[in-house]
Design a protein around this ligand. Structure first.
Ligand SMILES: [Zn+2]
Length: 93
């Protein structure tokens, strides 16, 4: 089984945020784990900040976050630490 690569280091964002979608204050940051690519290019990024807004119900990544994800992917060789993970495929019926 190939080792997965983990990257952390996304910047902290402020607690009180204005929602980009509806413009109201009170959007929250949730931290999620996202995976990119497959096989030897498989990359796990932990603690990706997802903005979720209780007013309009939207969940989205900010432009800054997307930019940071691109940067992490680009510099994965330098930033990543290798960690073994167990991978299972959901059975297809
Ligand atoms: Zn909103």
């Amino acid at each position: 089984m190939a080792p997965a690569i983990k990257v952390s280091g996304l910047q902290r964002l402020g607690k009180k945020m204005i929602c980009d979608v509806c413009g109201r204050e009170g959007a929250r940051i949730r931290r999620v784990t996202r995976t990119y690519g497959k096989g030897k290019d498989f990359l796990v990024i932990e603690k990706v900040p997802v903005v979720s807004c209780p007013h309009c119900g939207e969940s989205y990544l900010t432009a800054e976050t997307l930019h940071e994800i691109e940067r992490l992917k680009l510099h994965r060789k330098r930033l990543a630490v290798e960690r073994a993970v167990e991978v299972v495929g959901f059975a297809s019926y």
